[in-house]
Design a protein around this ligand. Structure first.
Ligand code: SAM
Ligand code: SF4
Length: 345
C-alpha cells in the first residue's frame, strides 16, 4: 500500500468524490452494522459466561436512526453492501423493518446478515421477503456436547434447522462460518465440510482473533488457515481459486468444484491492504477496523440535528485515518477495549 495523502489535497480537484477513501487509497464500500450488543449464546471466544454490561437502551440507535445513517452511507459515501450483525442481530425485533428500510434505498445495496442461526428458522421467510439477499450462519461444531460447551447453550438443533430454512427460503447463497480451536473442534474440519457440501452451503473457516471478552486468545491455541487446509486435504482435493479481490476469504474448489470452501486467515495472512469495510456499532460509533482503538460518535451528530452532509464528512474523516493494518502481529499490539460482540463481527 502506498500512502496517497489526505483526502482533498490533490491538485486534480476533489480526488475521492464522496467516497470513503483512506490515506492508502482503499475505498470502503462494505458497511457492517451492529444492531445490538446482546446475544442469546455465550461463545467462549467472544463473550463471558455471564454476558457483558449491555448498552443502555437509550444509547442504542433506533431503527430510524440506523436507516438514516445507512442512507447517508449509500447516497453520499458509496456504500454498496450492508451486513447486519451484532451481538446477535436476530434478537433485535425490528431487524425485518431495518432490512426493508435499507432495501428501499437507491441505489439498493446488497443486504446480508451474520447470525448464530438460533431463531433463523422462524424469521428467515420474513427477512427474505423484506429484501435480505444473503445470510452467514456461524457453526463451529456438529456435535451437541461440543456445541453446548462452546456456546454455553444446548441449541445445536436450532442452528441446523435455521440453516435448512435459510436454504429453502430462496436466499442467493447460504454461507457457514466456523472458527477452529485447538483441542476443541479442530478435528471436525472435514466433517463440517462434508455436512455443508451435502446441503449446498458454502463453508469458510475463520482464524480466531484476539477480540474475546475473557482475553484468553493465544497464538498457540489459534488453529491457522494452513492447518485447516492440511486437514481438509486428507479427505478432499482442493484447487485454489484466483481473484480474491476485497474478499477476506481465500477460496478453493472442492474435488474439482463447483462447490467451494474458504479460509479467512485474518491473523496469519492479513488482508488489510484490500480491506473495503467500515463499521457502525449499535450505539452509533463509526470504526474503520475491527481492531480500531478509536471510534467517532455519529449518534451525537445525528441527535444534535446534524445535516446528512455533516454526518458524511465526519464518517469520511474516520475512514481517512484508517490504519494500514490491524497490527495483531506487531509486538506493540493492544487488544481493543470493545470486544467482538460489542463491535459487530
Ligand atoms: N452473533 C452472530 C454470529 O455469531 O454469527 C453475529 C456476530 S458474531 C460476533 C460474528 C462472527 O464473528 C461469527 O461468525 C463468530 O464466529 C465470529 N467471532 C466471534 N468471536 C471471534 C473471534 N474471537 N475470532 C474470530 N471470529 C470470531
Ligand atoms: Fe453471540 Fe455471535 Fe458472539 Fe457467539 S459469536 S457469543 S453467537 S455474538
Amino acid at each position: 500500500m502506498t500512502p496517497v495523502g489526505p483526502p482533498g489535497t490533490s491538485a486534480a480537484g476533489p480526488p475521492y468524490g464522496g467516497a470513503l477513501v483512506d490515506r492508502y487509497g482503499r475505498v470502503a464500500t462494505d458497511l457492517r452494522v451492529s444492531v445490538t450488543d446482546r446475544c442469546n449464546l455465550r461463545c467462549t471466544y467472544c463473550m463471558p459466561a455471564e454476558g457483558l454490561a449491555w448498552l443502555p437502551k437509550d444509547e442504542v440507535l433506533t431503527d430510524d436512526e440506523i436507516v438514516r445513517l445507512v442512507r447517508v452511507g449509500v447516497e453520499l459515501l458509496g456504500i454498496r453492501e450492508v451486513r447486519f450483525t451484532g451481538g446477535e442481530p436476530l434478537v433485535r425485533p425490528g431487524l425485518t423493518a431495518l432490512v426493508a428500510g435499507v432495501a428501499a434505498l437507491t441505489p439498493r445495496p446488497g443486504i446480508a446478515v451474520t447470525t448464530n442461526g438460533l431463531t433463523l428458522a422462524r424469521r428467515v421467510g420474513a427477512l427474505a421477503a423484506a429484501g435480505l439477499d444473503r445470510v452467514n450462519v456461524s457453526l463451529d461444531t456438529l456435535r451437541p456436547d461440543r456445541f453446548r460447551a462452546l456456546t454455553r447453550r444446548d441449541r445445536l438443533a436450532d442452528v441446523l434447522d435455521g440453516l435448512e430454512a435459510a436454504a429453502a427460503s430462496g436466499l442467493t447463497r447460504v454461507k457457514v462460518n466456523a472458527v477452529p480451536m485447538r483441542g476443541v473442534n479442530d478435528d471436525e474440519a472435514c466433517d463440517l465440510l462434508s455436512y455443508c457440501l451435502e446441503r449446498g452451503y458454502e463453508l469458510r473457516f475463520i482464524e480466531q482473533m484476539p477480540l474475546d471478552a475473557d482475553r484468553r486468545w493465544s497464538r498457540a491455541d489459534m488453529v491457522t488457515a494452513e492447518e485447516v487446509l492440511a486437514s481438509l486435504r486428507s479427505r478432499f482435493t482442493l484447487t485454489p481459486l484466483p481473484g480474491r479481490g476485497a474478499s477476506p476469504a481465500e477460496h478453493f474448489l472442492v474435488d474439482g468444484g463447483p462447490a467451494r470452501v474458504g479460509v479467512i486467515a485474518s491473523v496469519t495472512r492479513p488482508f488489510c491492504g484490500d480491506c473495503d469495510r467500515t463499521r457502525l456499532t449499535a450505539d452509533g460509533q463509526i470504526r474503520s477496523c475491527l481492531f480500531s482503538r478509536t471510534e467517532d460518535d455519529l449518534r451525537a451528530l445525528l441527535r444534535g440535528g446534524a445535516r446528512d452532509e455533516d454526518i458524511a464528512a465526519a464518517w469520511r474523516g474516520t475512514m481517512a485515518a484508517k490504519p494500514a493494518g490491524h497490527g495483531v502481529n506487531d509486538p506493540s499490539f493492544v487488544q481493543p477495549s470493545r470486544t467482538m460482540s460489542a463491535i459487530g463481527g
